[in-house]
Each structure stands twice: as C-alpha cells, then as structure tokens.
Ligand binder design. Structure first.
Ligand code: SIN
Length: 316
C-alpha cells in the first residue's frame, strides 16, 4: 500500500515546467524560481510605457504571477498611474485606519517595534471578500528594515490545485466558499468598519478558472475564507484546514521576493497567495500598496461577459 497513488504533485510540475513560455522583445524577464516570480528589467515605471512594453508586462504577469521591478524611483502618483493601467484603483476599507488622512487609493502601513501586527502576516489573497476581488496589487516598500528580512512570500495556487489527488479535485470543483472581511480585519486585527460601513462578505468557487491563463486555481485562504457553503460545519472546517495547510506548508510551490531599495512588485492576486514575513524586529518596514479591480468575479467556467472583459487583462 502506497500513499503515492496518482503522483499528481509530480504531474503538476511536469506540466508546469514544460509549459510553452513566451518570448519578450521590449522587456527582459528573469525567472526567480520554478514555481513563479520574475525580475523585470528594461522598464522605467516613472515614464510612460509603450503599448508593447505594457502588453509584455501583462504577458509576463500571466506567466510568472509576480514581477519585481528593481531601481524604480517612483512616487505615490506614479505608483497609482501604473496601477490605473490595470483597472479601477481599489479603495481599501482599512486605508483610513492604517494611515489616517491618507490617500484612499493607497493602502499604507508602518510596521515598527511597537506594532501589534504587520499587514498581511497570514497567507491570503488581498481582499478576497469583495464580490469582484482585486486582480493585481502593486507594492513599494518605502522603508526597508535595517538588519534585512521583511521578504514577501508567495504561493502559486495553480500548482496547489493541480498537485491535489484526483478524487479531492473532483470534490472541490463542486464547492463554493464564503470570504468575509470581518474574519480578515476584525478577527485578524481587531479593526472595525468605519461608522455606517460594513465589511464585505462574498461567495466564490473553491476552484476557479483564471480568465487570462485558462488555468485552474484554488481560491480559499486563511485570511478571509470562513466556510465551504455546501458542507456541514465539521467537514467545512476540516477541508478548509487541509487546503490552507497544503498552501502554507508546500514549499515546492512557494517563492519569496527579497526587497531592495526602490523595488516595485506586482502580483496577480487571483493566481497567488502571499504572506508578509515579520522577522525584522525591532526595525521598521513601511509599505504602500495600490491595487486594481477589473470588475469581474472568479468563476469556474468563464462567462461570455468575462471573455469580453478578457481584453482588460490579457496582453493584446
Ligand atoms: C500585503 O499586501 O498583504 C502585505 C505584503 C507585504 O507587506 O509584504
């Protein structure tokens, strides 16, 4: 008797590592791990990008899910301008709590020795409780911890899905899950919505088909997902725990971005989960994030509407 019945983890990497990879003409792309992530050079984000460069950036994002642009001396306005190229800028419900009086389209935070938490310490997809979740997040770390550390860890949720056994995949394909802002921010950080506002609650498929790549991804996370709708409580808790642990502990489909001064990092928020690593006490790490929303929901089969909207996301 062997537990290794269908070798789906090996097959997942076989398909992934032998996938057809695009050729780039106007940017240079250097992968940082087998699972995902790439360093991009030949781009100056403080200037207008040519349409060819922007198309290739979108193509690289679809292929590598997380892109790091180094030596980019950009300010908040240029950061937002880059974000706007991907969609409508997201206004985070906690922006005003974390940086009172700040720009509502920039989620800013300052983690230091007196902080109670750093934003995003739990593995998550940003604001997955929204009905049309953030499609891309773009982060600048404006103050790096002096002693090093403070990486962002990422997990490729396509490989997470594909490496599950066939019977479990079949079960998951029929399920949906609830994602709640209260779970993320009130239970996570003790934050309450502003007066008159409510944190979002939405239901998404546990497995969705990415509108750009056509690949299937797991879409539950420790930060926001509260339950699997179709299961009874014990089953829901057990399956969620299994999936969260699978994503959090499988190093084969994880990778990290190490921050440098003037780095700008963009991730496909549907294709990866991420975690901020708070290992730099007592030093400071400050971040500013801009996120874009394309106004579409994750679905298992792409709807006609999403296919039309694909042009928003897919490289032309
Ligand atoms: C986040 O966007 O969740 C935070 C990521 C980070 O600070 O590395």
């Amino acid at each position: 008797m062997s537990f290794y019945r269908d070798y789906n983890d090996k097959l997942a990497f076989e398909a992934w590592n032998t996938r057809q990879q695009p050729v780039f003409k106007t940017i240079q792309v250097k992968p940082i791990s087998r699972a995902g992530g790439a360093e991009i050079s030949g781009v100056d984000l403080s200037k207008d990008l040519s349409s060819e460069q922007f198309s290739e950036i979108k193509k690289a994002l679809a292929e590598y899910q997380v892109l790091a642009f180094r030596d980019q001396n950009i300010n908040s306005e240029q950061h937002k301008k880059f974000g706007e190229k991907f969609g409508t800028l997201h206004r985070h419900v906690s922006a005003a709590i974390r940086a009172p009086g700040g720009d509502p389209e920039i989620l800013a935070w300052k983690t230091g020795k007196d902080s109670r938490f750093t934003a995003g310490e739990v593995w998550h997809n940003d604001v997955s409780c929204d009905e049309t979740p953030i499609t891309q997040s773009i982060l600048r770390v404006t103050q790096l911890p002096e002693g090093g550390g403070g990486d962002t860890a990422f997990a490729n949720t396509h490989l997470a899905y594909e490496s599950l056994s066939t019977p479990l995949k079949q079960l998951l394909l029929g399920l949906t899950a609830e994602h709640s802002g209260q779970e993320g921010w009130t239970n996570g950080y003790g934050e309450e919505p502003a007066p008159g506002q409510k944190f979002a609650v939405s239901t998404h498929p546990v497995v969705f088909t990415h509108p750009v790549s056509g690949r299937k991804h797991l879409f539950v996370n420790r930060g926001f997902t509260t339950k699997i709708v179709e299961l009874v409580r014990n089953e829901s808790q057990a399956i969620l725990e299994l999936l969260n642990r699978h994503i959090e502990t499988s190093q084969a489909f994880q990778f990290r971005i190490q921050w440098q001064p003037n780095s700008v990092v963009i991730w496909d928020n549907w294709a990866v989960q991420h975690q901020a690593i708070w290992d730099y006490y007592p030093f400071n790490r400050w971040g500013e994030r801009v996120s874009a929303v394309a106004g579409i929901r994750p679905t298992q089969e792409l709807t006609q509407e999403e296919k039309k909207l694909e042009g928003v996301l897919v490289a032309a």
